[in-house]
Design a protein around this ligand. Sequence first.
Ligand code: ADP
Length: 632
Amino acid sequence: MTNVRDILTKYWGYTSFKPMQEEIINSVLNGKDTVALLPTGGGKSLCFQVPALAMEGICIVVSPLVALMGDQVNALKERGIKALKLTGGISFDELNTLLDNALYGNYKFLYLSPERLQQEIVQNYIKQMNVNLIAVDEAHCISQWGNDFRPAYKNITLLREIHPLIPVIALTATATPEVLEDTISELKMELPAVFKNSFVRENLSYQVFKEEDKLYKAEQLLKTNKGSAIVYVRNRKSTIEISEQLNSLGISATFFHGGISAKEKAQKLQSWRSGTFSTMVATNAFGMGIDHPNVRFVIHLQIPESLESYFQEAGRAGRDGDFATAVLLYNEYDKIYVKQQFVESLPSTSELKKIYRTLNNYFQIPYGEGEFTKHNFGFSEFCKKYNLNTLLAYNALNSLDRLAIIQLSQEFGRKSIVQFLISSEEVLQYFEKDLTASVIGKTILRIYGGIFEMPTSVNLDLIVSKTGQSIETVIAVLRKMERDQVVEMMLQITDATLTFLVPREDDKTINVISREVEALNRKKIAQVNSVLSYIENTKTCRSVQLVSYFGEKIARKCGICSVCRTQNSKLSNREMQHLATKILALLEGGDLSSREISEKLTFAETDILKMLRLLMDADKLKINPKNQYYLN
Ligand code: ADP
């Protein structure tokens, strides 16, 4: 075993560990099941990567997101460490080769999605591997009490069964005490050593403002912003609208939501990271795995559904350690809306029973049957046919999915995942023999540039309109290409596919889960109430409110949140300097009154006035007859 500090320096060039990293690494090296609870940016990856490098064998890493896996594997490869990943869309032959490599090729890391663990071939290979550590990234996804519940995470216990003596390390940044306990028990961890670093973010100023014109306030804030920003909004449509509005106000913005293709997401992420666009307007789909250090502002134009999500989303600001601001803007209507959206539309047991029965009737499932049958499912058509409240129906279906009564795959629009299995030269040769395939295939290649690299979500309607062919022809051509092993694809021509996981027994089916449904509903209501209390509590430091929600008993007032600022206008030296720089930078753009300056900054008005006086005393500023300040 090599010294862990040597490993840190050799591969990463760092000379010291971040808080808790060394303790966590030593715990793993001592063979203990370990939980690493570090805030975003706390350096979780190294907590399993360093010990895995210190031991013989291979580390299996379960991770929820393909993009996250890709980033980590690439980062390891760049450091000369052998790592590979099993993502979706790889052909069976390829899977075999990759697993062979993992087994015989001296690889140190094998990343996979939890779904992969279901495959027998994957299990068989892992059985033969000399596994040194099982790392579970975003471990809270195993808990149905958390917001990111992923049923497939339950497969992780299979790894435990295959290698019972190998330690497990669970890593997460979100854990209320309840979710943490559940995560530990679901992962079947044996008396784990739990390491938790404080969730206090000293450089992050949490601010909450009641604003009638939220966009105006956001505009004022963003205009002072020198780094990147994220603006979280309610839904997909708003991402587009708000991003357009910001652009027309002179703020370079783009948008991101769950409905855009993987390729487009990658492009947008890249152009935001590189600074082409300063502001990303997004739904909460813009989340896990976004590792961008230079975010100065995270602005919520909506009330988030839980403090867990809020803390994570706000926490994307200031990962570089420099001063950053997380602003939540709301008005009275938002408070009503969040209740309507998340509380009043929670399906009760009797509503679930009704929707479940309706669903079975819709698909004409006979009593006692239907188990493991898969159906194409048009959600809006279903709601229209039975005159259902769409939000309630949507939540009911999601609950049924969560509780493993049905399984929903959501792929809105006529989208299909396509991956090319042969090289671009071979594809072009193939096209020479088939004119229709050539027209359709080349159009796909033209629109989706990176399709040779990864499975890509292809919008069939777009192909129809670009080629002038009918949808039937487009599908037939893709099917033929699939038979000829040119592409592999998952065709989805309706909103979603729905699989019934249990036989139909109407009320009885739902009675079994009714306690869980009610517990989940109570939990949801409590979460929304916690957010509303957070907003309304203007007495307790915002940082103290947040970290005590996450179980931290002793927390100091941060001094920089909107509550502390109003209560205590004495700013730290660093804060004063920051404020002075901001004011001077603003005035470079022209003369401004104190009110205009206040509107553009997130500091308390008293502090701004005080600073203006100081700057005048220091002869840096002057005031004109219109009571506007200007640079001396
Ligand atoms: P998390 O997953 O906890 O959000 P990461 O593992 O992505 O955090 O690490 C955040 C950043 O901190 C990365 O850029 C990483 O390289 C860096 N980092 C991790 N450990 C150290 C260390 N000991 N010294 C300096 N930087 C580190």
